[in-house]
Design a protein around this ligand. Structure first.
Ligand SMILES: [Zn+2]
Ligand SMILES: [Zn+2]
Length: 296
């Protein structure tokens, strides 16, 4: 095989290596994080999301794929989670492996977080559930193909905190940057900027969730642990880089006023990636323990 020409089979996925001559014109996706870049004649030079200290370039170097290739090997599975909530999962795992959520409100549906794959079957299934009117994404690790999702659903606006502007790799008019510490999107859903894992990290509060007791849509932070009675907070999860005490206290000061009982995380680990009840106590107890651990 010619050096740099093509094609490595990684975990069942055929990936293009950087500089691949046969690569052609496409809006490429980074294999490791799922971030999509603007259309170009060949793969981009690198992925700043993965080159960042919080992430990593895969063990075989930077690899790229396209939506077309991904559609041949992967599928999207939409699962009901509770009344008014579906999770959106890519199988087998692609990129970071997170899931997204479709939240149904009387005013329309909100897509919380995003996944790399979108295809005709996904669009049809989501349309059956009422489509997508607005999108909000916790942080850059999950921006993936957000522009494709927006375009598939009438250029639905994507709400992202202004502090994350430098991490938007495929700029588009559908991305709406907001400023400040809190905003409200469709259906009266609050977005709260907590900082921490990313400077403009945001969580979404779904007041109607958990039978009206409220659900915190947390993404990566607080991160639900293997033991769902514990959560954690990290600047980098793959590289085990913690946050400092003032940052943990700040994140807690943002979460403390919110009314919620349940927490939905980005990953299905052991269990369901959910703190089903008493989530606020879990967060409080976990933050106290974290502060004791890092303060000595
Ligand atoms: Zn990447
Ligand atoms: Zn992350």
């Amino acid at each position: 095989m010619r050096d740099g020409s093509i094609v490595a089979a990684i975990g069942g996925l055929t990936a293009l290596q950087a500089g691949g001559a046969e690569a052609g014109k496409a809006a490429y996706l980074c294999v490791t994080c799922g971030t999509q870049y603007p259309e170009s004649d060949g793969p981009p030079k690198g992925c700043p999301i993965c080159e960042d200290e919080r992430q990593y370039v895969g063990p075989d170097g930077q690899e790229w794929t396209t939506l077309e290739r991904l559609r041949a090997t992967h599928k999207v599975v939409v699962k009901p989670e509770e009344e008014g909530l579906h999770s959106i999962n890519v199988e087998p795992k692609f990129g970071i492996g997170q899931r997204a959520f479709l939240i149904r409100t009387p005013a329309g549906n909100v897509l919380w977080d995003c996944v790399g794959l979108i295809d005709d079957a996904t669009i049809a299934r989501v349309r059956e559930l009422g489509g997508i009117a607005e999108i909000a994404i916790s942080h850059p690790h999950y921006y993936t193909t957000m522009v494709e999702w927006s375009r598939a659903f009438g250029n639905a606006p994507i709400h992202i905190h202004e502090a994350e502007r430098p991490w938007v790799m495929r700029p588009d008019p559908c991305v709406r940057f907001w400023q400040g510490e809190r905003t409200t999107i469709l259906g009266g859903l609050p977005l709260i900027r907590t900082g921490g894992h990313f400077e403009g990290y945001q969580v979404l509060l779904w007041p109607a969730g958990a039978g009206g007791r409220g659900a915190l849509m947390a993404g990566d932070q607080p991160q639900i642990c293997m033991d769902p009675k514990q959560v954690s907070f990290m600047w980098s999860y793959p590289n085990f880089i913690p946050l400092n005490a003032p940052t943990i206290r700040h994140v807690m000061s943002c979460l403390e006023p919110l009314e919620y009982d349940r927490i939905y995380g980005a990953f299905v680990v052991r269990g369901k990636g959910v703190v089903p009840t008493r989530g606020k106590e879990v967060v409080r107890r976990s933050a106290d323990r974290y502060l004791r651990a890092i303060q000595g």
